[in-house]
Structures are given as C-alpha cells and as structure tokens.
Write a protein that binds this ligand. Structure first.
Ligand code: PLP
Length: 396
C-alpha cells in the first residue's frame, strides 16, 4: 500500500487555548456577556479588528450568521434582490433566503472569478451584492467596487476562505461595507464552528450587535460609539447568533498562527501549481495581479477531457490514493448552483456550469511537507496520463 498524504486532518489547537479553556471550565464563565469586560469573545473582537485594520468586529456563530446579519443590518426591504456569484457554497444563497431576500446569480469564469460583464449587466436589478471569494479566489474588486459605488449598491464580502488574502495590499474583507469570515474547521482558523464580521460603519455594526443577541444593555460591553445604539434599542429582533467564550479561546490561540499558515499555504499551493502546469491536461488559473492569496486548497481545470474522461480521472486519482472532487461531477455537490433547489428560480449559467464540470478541488493544508506536496503533484499528474495516455516525448 502506498502512503498518501492526509489532507483532511487539522493542526492541533495550541496549548494556550487549552489552559484558557481549563480556566473557564473551572469558573463556568462561558457566556460572552457575563463578565463586565475582557470576556474572551470581546478580546477576540478587538484582536481581530486590529489584525484586519477595521474599526469594529462582531463575533457570531458562523459566517452564514454573519452574512445573514449583514443583510438584515442593511435594512433591505422584503424580497430585495441580492447578487451573488453562481459559484459559491450553498450557505450563501441560503443566507439571502434567510434574510427574506432573493438571490440573483451571476456568471463565474473558468478562473473561478466573477464574470464582470455579466455582473455589470445584472447590477441595475439588485439592491445589494455579496461577493463570495470562493475558495479564496478574489474577483476583480477594482471593477466590482467601481461599479457598485457608482450605483450606491452596498457590497458585503464573503471572506470565509480569504483570511490573510490581500488586494493591492489591503485585507480582503475590508474592501466592501462589511466583511464576513468563518472559523468552521475547513478554514484557516479552526474552531469547529464560528464566524466574525468586520466593518468601519458604527451604525451597521450597532444593528448587527443588537440583532446578534445583545439584549437589554449588553451592547454597552462593545467598544462602539454608544449613540449608534440608542436609536436601535428595542427596535430590532434578537436572533441570538452569539459566539461562546470557549470558541473564542480556541480562535484567539490561533491568531498568532495566521501569518505562518498564510505563508506556508501559499508556498505549498504555488509549488504544486507549478508542477501541475507542466501537464497538458491540467491548468491552474493565475491569480489576479493585485491579489496575494492565502490558499489552504488547490483548484485546477481538466483541459481537453470529455465527461467520461473527467469521471475516469477521478477514479484514476482515487486508485492512486487521492480523492479529487470535480465540483459539478457529483450528484449533491453544495457548490453546484443547480443543486440549490430551495431557490424558486435557478437561472441557466452556461459559463459557470462549464467551469464546474472541469474544475477539480483538493485540500492542501499549510502543514504539508515538501515530499507530501511532491506525492500529491505526482499523483494528480499521473492520473491524467492514466486517462489520456502517456505523454509523447517531443523531438524524437
Ligand atoms: C465555509 C464557507 C461559508 C460558510 O461558513 P460557515 O461558517 O460554515 O457558515 C460561506 N462562504 C464560503 C465561501 C465558505 O467557504
């Protein structure tokens, strides 16, 4: 049996989290609003805001909860239309539906980024936009922000997979009005579940804080201009989407690891990408020029393979010990828009559909060693030759 790298296991949680959790288990103080100040959730918020360079942060139960609260805080009317990319995780259209809005899907190109022509064509018809930087791939934020600013359309960034990614040296998640991040286990910082939103807008964050479940005067424990709250006290529903102190302790202990994970994840990704590019059957789309990525997975397209060969490729990789997922090739993939059958109206998106049918997805956590990365690249390349035949040696 060949030993193939395990790409699923998480890194251990740092010891400092264990000590803090032990302390909390002793005191029983797990609720963010029990302590008058310095609760782990409150400390996480100030540390995360500082890390991102944002004025305010609000920790919540998931990135989906953050997206939902962001839409609610924008006070959109019922049935407002909200543009999202046709390539994202099912939780994103779900958060739009949850906020009583209607998702409008735009096309995504074979580089996994929003098709700006389709985006611009549909923009007149929407009242807000969620930019999902899917798998950490940043769409052209210069074009998107210029188009949205010109029409005064608020932009929410779904940065669930973009912690550590920058655009013109600015942190992803701070370009739009609100940025939403995830601490679910498959993201750069792993707390099992959890999310956080960042913004510079005191009024928006005040609304989010109250709706997240800061009942009565608990909002006074947030370092936000207090007159922003007076207006919203008792005016908004309380959805109770708070984060627990236990989760905050697990997240805070990992914040000092972010820079290393970004550096190693990017190096590992680029190392494997360069090897895959040597195969005529595999292509890894280039990053956009202003973008510096923080990948913990790799996506690549199968070139010149028909549907049967795509299936054979997955089987060949599996036989060699690696499971490759093609987004559009399984019956129930939650990132294939035609599986979002809870929507009333699923549009046809031919470009996005074509991309999903050829785009492969594989986790590539920052902890992988160079020999492990070599093994992965070799298997991914050899599986293509299994299906398409060995490469001819040219010039002979
Ligand atoms: C993981 C993910 C989400 C959902 O995050 P949760 O914290 O699990 O709700 C949303 N969008 C993208 C792009 C994601 O990768």
């Amino acid at each position: 049996m060949t030993l193939t790298p395990n790409v699923y296991d998480a890194e251990p949680i740092p010891q400092s989290a264990r000590d803090e959790i032990d302390r909390m288990l002793q005191s029983g103080d797990l609720f963010r609003y029990t302590a008058p100040e310095n609760a782990p959730v409150a400390l996480l918020e100030s540390e995360f805001a500082a890390l991102l360079g944002s004025k305010y942060a609000l920790a919540v139960s998931s990135c989906s909860a953050a997206l939902f609260l962001s839409l609610k805080a924008l006070a959109l009317p019922r049935d407002a239309r909200v543009m999202i990319p046709g390539f994202t995780f099912a939780a994103v259209p779900s958060s739009v539906v949850h906020a009583d809005c209607i998702p409008v899907l735009c096309e995504v190109g074979d580089n996994y980024r929003i098709d700006i022509d389709d985006f611009a064509a549909k923009l007149d018809d929407v009242q807000a936009v969620i930019i999902s930087h899917m798998r950490g791939h940043t769409s052209d934020m210069d074009a998107i922000m210029a188009l949205c600013d010109a029409k005064n359309i608020p932009v929410i960034e779904d940065a669930a997979h973009s912690l550590g990614t920058t655009w013109h040296d600015r942190n992803i998640g701070t370009l739009g009005k609100i940025g939403c991040f995830s601490f679910q286990s498959y993201k750069l910082v792993n707390a099992g579940e959890g999310g956080i939103l960042v913004t510079d807008d005191a009024d928006l964050v005040a609304r989010c804080i109250i709706m997240s479940g800061a009942y009565e005067h608990n909002w006074q424990k947030h370092p936000v201009l207090h007159d922003a709250f007076a207006r919203w006290q008792n005016q908004l529903p309380l959805y109770n989407l708070r984060l627990s102190n236990l989760s905050a302790a697990i997240i805070r202990a990992q914040l000092p690891e972010v820079a290393r994970r970004v550096r190693d994840g990017r190096a590992g990704h680029d190392y494997v990408a360069a090897k895959l590019q040597l195969s005529p059957w595999l292509s890894v789309p280039e990053k956009l020029t202003p973008e510096e990525r923080a990948p913990d997975s790799i996506q690549f397209n199968l070139e010149g393979l028909n549907d049967a060969q795509v299936e054979a490729y997955q089987a060949a990789a599996q036989a060699r010990g690696i499971k490759v997922q093609v987004f559009g090739a399984s019956k129930d993939n939650a990132r294939a828009f035609w599986n979002w059958q809870f929507l009333n109206d699923i549009p046809e998106l031919p470009k996005t559909r074509a991309m999903l049918g050829r785009a492969c997805d594989m986790r590539l956590p920052a902890r992988l060693t160079q020999p492990e990365l070599d093994t992965i690249a070799e298997i991914l390349t050899a599986a293509a030759e299994d299906v398409m035949g060995p490469l001819r040696t040219y010039g002979t």
